[in-house]
Design a protein around this ligand. Structure first.
Ligand code: CA
Ligand code: CA
Ligand code: CU
Length: 388
């Protein structure tokens, strides 16, 4: 059981201040002990995953990423005598335009009415947690306990970039990643320039702290969400997710709600759909195939995020509870051992496109992980819940 790789979070995502941040200010203000974030066993991964290896592994996928000035850079460049007349379109409106969509009152109403489309989960007990020998011993997955959960509603999918764009356009909300000025991106998704030029957090060298990475440019300056209207929004902190939730009269799920819903009515199955990872050879979630973190064979069809309805739903009609992106829950992370995060640390569930069975194995339905509330990355999003 993960004996070779007992480290808590090799592929799941680093803490915001684990890197020498590109925009020093916020990272420097943190009091966290960065050195303890990675396990000592990770040295071998460091060796195996130089930027050059990643660059070789990816080939020419990323030629479409053209380095362009950031929106802020454009605003500055347009200064001079037109300063007070030039108003750059807001990120929300710009994203909506890029997606070829329109910000109509009808569209806004539909996005805000997502509680009506949420799945009703009846009140009742379920068996939470697992004694699976493959569980992560530091993660607090065991023991199995019966939890009685009042009825609630939960999103069938994560909130998408298109929906988040509508929210931002309506509210001018500014995400925490925008305030910090950077967020974490998986190295293989970046242009060679950004991959080489962006700091790596210690212990997890497949991440980069990318200046300008945010929900509407998920791989930093030059990237956009054009082909990703129906992908989960990423680079969102807990506060960002809660702001969206408040706007549409919903809330984030509690962990027990998330797990009950994710199990889809199955009792103690290993995955959200049963006990086999690929029943009849079919992929049921977007995770990592190949050798993490240097070679992803992409047998499931996706290197980064996938559309929120890419694989069949579970027994309750929920999509992508396993893999694709981690999903925020409200519960505080109480497990003492690892990861060594401090401050306000919450539970995230489900795993992401980076999860691989030889490492974290966290796409099992009982798996759990932690994230400090201000952390954001390209593999974390959210789905919402509501009272009935
Ligand atoms: Ca994948
Ligand atoms: Ca997920
Ligand atoms: Cu993982």
């Amino acid at each position: 059981m993960n004996a070779e790789h007992p480290s808590p979070s090799p592929c799941c995502g680093p803490a915001r201040d684990a890197a020498a941040a590109p925009g020093i200010g916020h990272a420097a203000s943190s009091s966290r002990d960065l050195a303890t974030t990675g396990g000592s066993d990770q040295a071998q991964h460091v060796t195996a995953s130089s930027p050059r290896d990643l660059a070789t592994a990816e080939g020419g996928h990323h030629t479409q990423h053209v380095t362009a000035p950031s929106p802020r850079g454009l605003a500055t460049a347009e200064g001079g005598h037109h300063t007070q007349h030039v108003t750059a379109p807001s990120p929300g409106r710009r994203a909506i335009a890029l997606l070829g969509e329109e910000l109509t009152p009808q569209r806004v109403a539909v996005v805000r009415a997502r509680a009506e489309r949420a799945v009703l989960i009846d009140a009742g007990p379920f068996r939470m947690g697992t004694e699976d020998p493959d569980r992560n011993p530091y993660d607090g997955e065991s023991p199995i306990r019966t939890v009685d959960v009042p009825a609630f509603r939960i999103d069938p999918t994560c909130v998408t970039t298109s929906e988040f764009a509508v929210f931002v356009a309506e509210t001018d909300y500014v995400t925490e990643a925008e305030e910090f000025g950077w967020s974490y991106v998986f190295a293989a998704l970046l242009t060679p320039e950004l991959r080489r030029g962006s700091p790596k957090p210690p212990g997890t060298p497949w991440w980069r702290a990318v200046e300008g990475a945010r929900w509407d440019q998920p791989e930093g300056p030059g990237s956009d969400v054009r082909e990703r209207a129906d992908h989960p929004v990423v680079h969102v902190s807990l506060r960002d997710a809660e702001a969206f939730a408040a706007w549409c009269g919903m809330r984030l799920p509690r962990e027990a709600e998330w797990e009950k819903a994710a199990r889809g009515g199955l009792d103690q199955a290993r995955y959200a759909w049963g006990d086999e990872l690929t029943p009849n050879g079919e992929h049921r979630c977007n995770i990592w195939q190949g050798v993490f973190p240097t070679r992803n064979t992409v047998e499931d069809g996706h290197l980064g995020t996938a559309p929120v309805r890419s694989y069949p739903p579970n027994g309750f009609g929920l999509y992508e509870v396993a893999g694709n992106v981690w999903e925020w829950c409200t519960d505080r992370w109480m497990t003492g051992a690892a990861p060594s995060l401090t401050g306000d640390v919450r539970v995230v569930r489900g795993g992401s496109y980076l999860c691989h069975d030889s490492y974290c194995n966290r796409y099992r339905v009982a798996a759990r992980h932690a994230s400090a509330v201000e952390d954001s990355s390209g593999n974390k999003g959210f789905r919402l819940a509501a009272d009935t």
